[in-house]
Ligand binder design. Structure first.
Ligand SMILES: Nc1ncnc2c1ncn2[C@@H]1O[C@H](COP(=O)(O)OP(=O)(O)OP(=O)(O)O)[C@@H](O)[C@H]1O
Ligand SMILES: [Mn+2]
Length: 556
């Protein structure tokens, strides 16, 4: 008998056993009540005194019958079989990699280092160092730790609702209210009560229509719910422990639905709140997706595999063919559901090329990889030469490093608030691909510019010394319907990477101390007052029109 069959048989047997025990228990209880009806008032009074009704005692007894039956089934019928989750793709406590090899050990160099020097530096900077507040001219700033809060310690803010009240109030759902509360500083406020509502809605609301999302390289579906709200769905392709294939570049890596979910939690826990809420959901491909598709080009890609699973592949530039189909089990499929951004008709966005964008070419390197003074170019051009953008790029670098995301080619901002508004944290499908490798080049903005926002440094120190980031993540992600979301080695990795960021900040500070000031290396050549950029790197100050083609890999 196959393992799965044995589990099913075991489960059925346990159900029968529980039912039998329950019936026997009920009969005993009836007999007991009949005899008690003879007039055992004292016992009834005692039971009432202890606050335990017959009903709660029944529940307790049924529960212990269940426990007994369950332990009997597990210990006798399936002595060597651990109960398996019935949900396809649910992570197991894997002790090996997907290819069967044992897990490698990665040394956590800074696990025992409390970074007391950084804590001391932080307290010193708040006493003696001038608060920078809004930075007018980044070309002059050499502080490593930068506090850009206003004089009173807060940050001034503006909300979408102040500008677009009428446009967003037409159709009021939790998501449209959420949209109206997007601000210049963040996507949603701390402890926002709409976020759990939106997550819940996305994971249970009936799906009205399904279409393919244009743009980007891999398959994504636009899901429309009964109330008119939308979500961007990325389907599951692999189980949680599948790593980025060793011969794949970051730009040919498959997208992971669980990475999108984990990234939302990470962004929120880090206190950035610059990502849209993302929830997991188990959907039925036949009744919830295929039945709601109207476009024939998507519909004709659905099929039943030789193993009788329902599959589809959609149409896109990467992995949208029969040999890379997305298959259910037999028709149940996991996906990430990201709450939809407001329509561009209501709240326009601008797309920016990321200054530390990789080359997206098999052999070519980007300019920042070969020019150690690259930051001097960046700090001289709008929107990096004043305001919050420079520190936001540093935050983004920390965020991407913690989850191993090398795929940050562009970012978007809401145009309503001008250049001094936050970069939206979007598209994290290629994060969490390598749990046993820490990609230091993702920290290039921090290493090359030597700046970090004070609040971000404080948060990282807290995660390192007080309650681990992995613990926060585990707690937060436990709320998701597809929990557990991350394979354990990824959680180990994020704690290890917090230490690595702190070490890089320490190195920046030690260079600046050697130069006699609380500044980064003054000897860095400031060559770039009138910066120009070659076409490969792109004009950093310019808005770019996003096309999937512009990021396709050059094949030669
Ligand atoms: N939550 C969202 N709501 C609305 N639009 C979104 C949302 N997330 C992403 N988009 C839009 O869809 C585009 C593609 O999304 P995304 O970047 O996640 O896809 P992708 O296939 O991973 O892209 P790429 O292959 O280019 O990395 C984005 O540029 C963005 O404009
Ligand atoms: Mn992507």
């Amino acid at each position: 008998m196959k393992l799965r069959d044995r589990v099913v048989v075991g489960f059925c047997l346990s159900l029968v056993l529980v039912t039998v025990l329950f019936v026997v228990d009920m009969q005993n209880e009836s007999a007991r009540r009949l005899s008690a009806a003879d007039g055992d008032a004292a016992a009834a009074a005692a039971s009432h005194y202890h606050g335990r009704s017959d009903r709660s005692r029944d529940a307790d007894e049924a529960q212990s019958a269940w426990n007994l039956a369950a332990s009997y089934v597990v210990s006798t019928l399936m002595p060597s079989v651990k109960p398996r989750p019935t949900r396809p793709g649910a992570p197991q406590p894997y002790s090996r990699r997907a290819d069967g090899r044992p897990l490698p050990e990665v040394v956590d160099l800074y696990a025992g280092d409390r970074f007391a020097d950084l804590t001391e530096r932080l307290s010193r900077s708040s006493e003696t160092q001038r608060r920078r507040g809004y930075v007018i001219d980044w070309t002059a700033v050499r502080d490593v730790i930068v506090d850009d809060t206003d004089e009173d310690g807060t940050t001034s803010n503006e909300y979408v609702v102040e500008y677009l009240e009428d446009g967003l109030r037409l159709n009021t759902t939790a998501l449209t209210i959420f949209h109206s509360r997007i601000s210049k500083r963040e996507m949603y406020p701390k402890n926002d009560t709409y976020v759990p509502l939106i997550l819940k809605n996305m994971s249970v609301s009936p799906i009205l229509s399904v279409a393919q999302k244009e743009g980007g390289t891999q398959l994504k579906l636009v899901i429309e719910y009964l109330n008119g709200d939308k979500a961007l769905m990325k389907p599951m392709r692999f189980t949680r422990e599948q790593q980025t294939l060793p011969n794949h570049f970051y730009f040919t890596d498959y997208e992971r639905h669980n990475a999108e979910i984990a990234a939302f939690h990470l962004d929120r826990i880090l206190g950035f709140r610059r990502a849209m809420p993302v929830s997991g959901r188990l959907v039925n491909i036949t009744s919830e997706l295929m039945a709601q598709v109207t476009a024939s080009d998507l519909l004709k890609t659905f099929f039943v595999s030789p193993d009788k699973n329902v599959c589809f592949h959609g149409q896109c530039s990467y992995y949208c063919d029969t040999s890379h189909a997305i298959c259910g089990n037999p028709d149940m499929l996991e996906g990430s559901f990201a709450a939809y951004l407001p329509s561009q008709d209501i709240l326009e966005r601008k797309t920016w090329r990321h200054p530390w964008r990789r080359s997206y070419h098999k052999r070519r390197k980007a300019k920042w990889e070969t020019d150690p003074n690259y930051c001097e170019l960046v700090r001289n051009v709008p929107a990096y030469n004043s305001g919050r953008r420079m520190l936001d790029i540093m935050d983004l670098s920390v965020f991407d490093f913690l989850m191993g995301n090398m795929d940050r080619h562009h970012y978007e901002t809401f145009t309503l608030f001008g250049n001094d508004s936050f970069p939206i944290h979007l598209d994290h499908g290629r994060a969490f691909g390598k749990a046993f490798h820490d990609e230091m080049s993702i920290l290039a903005p921090i290493i090359q510019c030597c700046h970090i926002r004070k609040s971000t440094l404080e948060t990282l120190l807290r995660f390192h010394n007080v309650k681990k980031l992995s613990e926060h993540m585990r707690e937060s992600m436990a709320e998701d319907p597809l929990s557990p979301i991350l394979w354990e080695p990824h959680l180990t990795a994020i704690d290890r990477r917090v230490g690595l960021v702190l070490q890089k900040v320490r190195e920046c500070l030690s260079v600046s101390t050697m130069s006699g000031e609380d500044t980064a290396d003054e000897t860095r050549v400031r060559t770039a007052t009138n910066a120009t950029f070659d076409t490969d790197t792109g004009d950093l100050g310019q808005e770019v029109k996003y096309t999937a083609r512009s990021r396709d890999v050059t094949q030669n």
